[in-house]
Write a protein that binds this ligand. Structure first.
Ligand SMILES: [Zn+2]
Length: 282
């Protein structure tokens, strides 16, 4: 069956590329996160192939698609999960091609989210469709989830589905986040996002003894938080062994230092604002 599947992917190649290019053209930056066009593009495609699916809207601008196929024999459920929202485009001028063009050049497709993760969503959608045609040969079930909110935390995307739609909770989940030809990644770190506000009365720059300075306090907090990445992390035995085994490939895929980031707590700082007075430009 593996051969049959690979042949099918090969023969549908052009159609698959065409689908991906079309999906890239649907602007879906998050923030702000209006992904209706991209979701309706996927939905229309499923509809044309008579694949029943539901569109669930925890937010009217962020719909999620769920579709489940029960195969003939009973068995476990595999969930396929991908997101259509993408990072915003901050500097259009810096792009070689229009970020919403999906241009194919020298064997590469260009566009915002082509890699993260509209190519992945394309792979999942086609996997789902191809497997749906092999119902009599397979057991268990397969669930497709195409979600709208991942780039700002996933609360209204996969997070919402897990909490509200029991059928998406599979025995195993394949998520098509980009990795590289060198590795298949497994597991995801949990995230904790938070905002820190520091308030102090403030004082003239000549009389710093009169008030603590919020910017200095923030710098100290940032430096302390940075130390979190040095906390020892105890991985389950199999995970530790597998990580170690794949160390070399991980460094090839992610660049030097990638292995340590994968194995430990990662710490990042997003936006910092502070102060009310600055030197005049002139
Ligand atoms: Zn992603």
């Amino acid at each position: 069956m593996k051969k049959q599947l690979l042949e099918r992917v090969e023969s549908d190649g052009e159609e698959i590329i065409d689908f991906l290019q079309g999906l890239i053209k649907k602007k879906s930056s998050n923030p702000p996160g209006d992904t209706r066009e991209a979701i309706s593009y996927v939905s229309k495609f499923l509809e044309e192939r008579e694949i029943e699916h539901r569109i669930l809207r925890p937010d009217k601008e962020k719909p999620n698609i769920v579709s489940k196929i029960e195969f003939e024999k009973p068995g476990r459920n595999l969930t396929l999960n991908g997101h259509v929202d993408v990072f915003p485009v901050s500097d259009t001028e810096a792009w070689k091609h229009d970020p919403w063009s999906g241009v194919l050049e020298n064997g590469r497709i260009y566009g915002r989210g082509a890699c993260d993760m509209k190519a992945g969503v394309t792979a999942l959608v086609y996997t789902f469709i191809i497997l749906s045609e092999l119902s009599e040969k397979l057991s268990g079930s397969i669930t497709l989830t195409v979600v709208s909110d991942e780039e700002t935390g996933g609360r209204l995307g996969s997070g919402w589905l897990i909490e509200n739609i029991p059928e998406v909770r599979g025995d195993c989940c394949i998520n098509a986040e980009p990795s590289s030809p060198h590795t298949i990644r497994f597991g995801e770190k949990g995230i904790l996002w938070f905002k820190v506000s520091i308030h102090a009365p403030g004082a003239h720059g000549a009389y710093t003894h009169l008030s603590s300075n919020p910017i200095k306090i923030a710098a100290k907090i940032i430096s302390d938080l940075e130390n979190l990445k040095n906390l020892p992390v105890k991985h389950p035995k199999t995970l530790a062994e597998t990580l170690k085994e794949g160390r070399q490939e991980a460094e090839i895929a992610l660049g030097s230092g990638g292995f340590n980031v994968m194995s430990n707590i990662s710490v990042n700082f997003g936006v910092i604002n502070g102060g009310i007075k600055k030197q005049h430009d002139t």
